[in-house]
Design a protein around this ligand. Structure first.
Ligand code: ADP
Ligand code: MG
Length: 355
C-alpha cells in the first residue's frame, strides 16, 4: 500500500479543524440570534423629570443611549419652557402680564390644544387653574412634602382664586400669534407629560423608525414599538388603594399610550381628609368622585389630559365620559370611590391577552 503523503495529511487536518471552527461559529451566531430575538436586548435609561421619574427602555440599531439622551434633553427643554412657577418660562410671562403676549408656534399650539380639550370635556380638564394649584401648594409639592408644610386654604381664599381661574378667560389671537390670560394662570401640568411623550416618540422615530420599547414617566407609558418587535407589552394598572406593584387590572399594548390619574400620587392628609392634586374646576377643591382614571389612546396627549378629565368627571358624570371620550380616541377605566370598575366599551379589548 502507498503511504499517504504527510503534507496531504496536514492539509486534510487543517480543513477538518477549519470546518469545525466554522461550524461552531455558525451555531453560536444562530444561538445569539435566537437569544436576542427573545430578550430584544433592551437598554434602560432612568432619570428625574417633571417632579417624577422617567424610564426609557429601547432597542435600536442606533446606539440606544444616544436616543435616550436626546429624549431626556427634549423633556428638560419642555419642563423649563412650560413651568408656570419659574420666572424665565413663557407660561410665567403669560400669567403675569395684563396684556397680549407674543408666543412661538409650539406654545400657541399646545395651549390651543389644551383649550380644545377643556371644551371637549365640559371644563373637567382645565389648563387655567394655576392660581388654585398654587394656593393648594401643589406647585411646590416636593418641597412642601419634605418640610410637611401643607395647609388647607380657607373657603374664601378658594372662592377668590376660583373666580380668577378658568379656561374661558384665555384668549388666542391666531393672526398675530398672541395670547392673553385675563387674570387666570395657565398650568399645563395635566397635559405636559403627554406632550413630552409625544415628542419622545417623534425623536425616537427620527433616529430609527424601527426602534422599539417604551418611555414611561410618572404613571404614563408611551410605546415605541412592540416587545421584541412582535408581542404586546404587559402593563399593570395600579390598584389605587394597594401597594406599588399591586394591580387592579392588566392591559396589553403594542402601540399607543396609557395614562393613569390617581389621588394617591400627590396628596397630603389633614384631620383624616386626603387632599390631592387633581382639582374639580367647579368647586376649587380636589375632585372626589373617583380614586383613579386610566385612559388608553394612540395619542399620549389625549391619554394624559383625558385621564385627568375622567378623574374629575368621576362616577357622577360617568355617562358623559362613557359616551363622549371614545369619540376622541380615549378608552377609559374608572375606579370609583367604592372601588367599582367602570369601563368604556372598548377598554376590555386591551385587557385580553390573546388578541
Ligand atoms: P399626574 O401629573 O400625577 O400624572 P395628571 O396628569 O392628572 O396627574 O395631572 C395633574 C396635574 O394637572 C396637577 O398637578 C395640576 O398641575 C394639573 N391639574 C389639576 N387639576 C386639573 C384639572 N382639573 N384640569 C387640568 N389640569 C389639572
Ligand atoms: Mg393627566
Amino acid at each position: 500500500m502507498q503511504q499517504p503523503d504527510p503534507k496531504e495529511i496536514m492539509i486534510l487536518n487543517r480543513i477538518v479543524v477549519f470546518s469545525v471552527i466554522v461550524f461552531f461559529i455558525i451555531i453560536a451566531a444562530i444561538y445569539l440570534l435566537f437569544i436576542s430575538g427573545k430578550t430584544g436586548q433592551y437598554s434602560d435609561f432612568e432619570d428625574y423629570i417633571f417632579g417624577t421619574y422617567v424610564r426609557i427602555r429601547i432597542s435600536s440599531k442606533i446606539n440606544p443611549s444616544t436616543i435616550s439622551k436626546a429624549i431626556f434633553a427634549e423633556m428638560k427643554r419642555l419642563e423649563k419652557k412650560f413651568d408656570p412657577y419659574v420666572e424665565s418660562s413663557i407660561i410665567y410671562k403669560l400669567n403675569h402680564s395684563e396684556d397680549w403676549v407674543e408666543v412661538d408656534d409650539e406654545t400657541l399650539s399646545v395651549i390651543d390644544l389644551a383649550l380644545k380639550i377643556a371644551r371637549d370635556t365640559e371644563g373637567a380638564f382645565d389648563p387655567a387653574l394655576g392660581r388654585l394649584i398654587q394656593l393648594w401648594g401643589f406647585s411646590k409639592f416636593t418641597e412642601r412634602e419634605a418640610t410637611g408644610t401643607f395647609t388647607v386654604p380657607s373657603a374664601s381664599e378658594i372662592a377668590e382664586a376660583a373666580s380668577k381661574s378658568g379656561y374661558q378667560k384665555i384668549a388666542i389671537d391666531y393672526v398675530n400669534k398672541k395670547i392673553k390670560t385675563n387674570g387666570a394662570w395657565i398650568d399645563l401640568g395635566g397635559i405636559l407629560k403627554g406632550y413630552a411623550l409625544k415628542r419622545a416618540y417623534q425623536i425616537a422615530k427620527e433616529f430609527d423608525k424601527s426602534c422599539h420599547g417604551f418611555v414611561e414617566t410618572g404613571g404614563q407609558i408611551m410605546i415605541l414599538g412592540p416587545k421584541y418587535n412582535k408581542t404586546n407589552w404587559v402593563i399593570g394598572v395600579r390598584d389605587p388603594r394597594g401597594q406599588p406593584g399591586e394591580n387592579i387590572t392588566i392591559v396589553y399594548l403594542s402601540e399607543g399610550s396609557v395614562a393613569t390619574s390617581g389621588d394617591y400620587e400627590r396628596f397630603f392628609i389633614v384631620d383624616n381628609v386626603r387632599y390631592h392634586h387633581i382639582l374639580d374646576p367647579r368647586t376649587g377643591y380636589p375632585a372626589n368622585k373617583a380614586i383613579s382614571a386610566t385612559v388608553i389612546s394612540n395619542d399620549p396627549v389625549i391619554a394624559d389630559a383625558f385621564s385627568t378629565a375622567a378623574f374629575v368627571l368621576g362616577e357622577d358624570r360617568w355617562l358623559f365620559t362613557r359616551t363622549v371620550f371614545p369619540k376622541y380616541g380615549a378608552e377609559v377605566l374608572l375606579v370609583t370611590p367604592k372601588k367599582r370598575l367602570l369601563r368604556t366599551d372598548n377598554f376590555k379589548i386591551y385587557e385580553m391577552s390573546d388578541r
